[in-house]
Design a protein around this ligand. Sequence first.
Ligand code: AMP
Ligand code: ZN
Length: 138
Amino acid sequence: MIKDDCIFCKIAKGDIPSATIYETSDFRVILDVAPANKGHVLIITKEHFDNIFQMDAETAGKLFSLATVVARAIKAETGCEGLNILQNNGEVAGQTVHHFHLHLIPRFKNDGVNMSWTPKETVATEQEALAKAIKSHI
Ligand code: AMP
Ligand code: ZN
């Protein structure tokens, strides 16, 4: 499915130009236009999924397989020491473009990129109950 008013559908189809690195029948791999670091890449699905909650397992499998190859290419070119994979789902999670995309962000020492949070406290018994409760939906 393609969504008419969706910018990433247009980029994925090639109707809007992008700095494309690679393309398969399922994905377009591009440079982010406003990167966290030089070499910040997005893997965009060609089919429109709003987010991970809509994505099928087969596409997700192919996506991560491609991500391994792209991550190594970014490392080879940028010389990054590390790399974050980020994928936002829903406005509350920071998603601004509501068409599934995976961020690959190369990381360098003291690069000033911040993805930290304050860890919450846990109680072992509550953790066990929560693990079981989530499992019940799988
Ligand atoms: P998110 O906040 O996870 O939805 O990320 C959206 C990302 O898309 C941001 O990092 C933007 O910089 C990037 N972005 C938005 N428009 C374009 C575009 N036309 N070409 C490349 N990247 C884009
Ligand atoms: Zn779309």
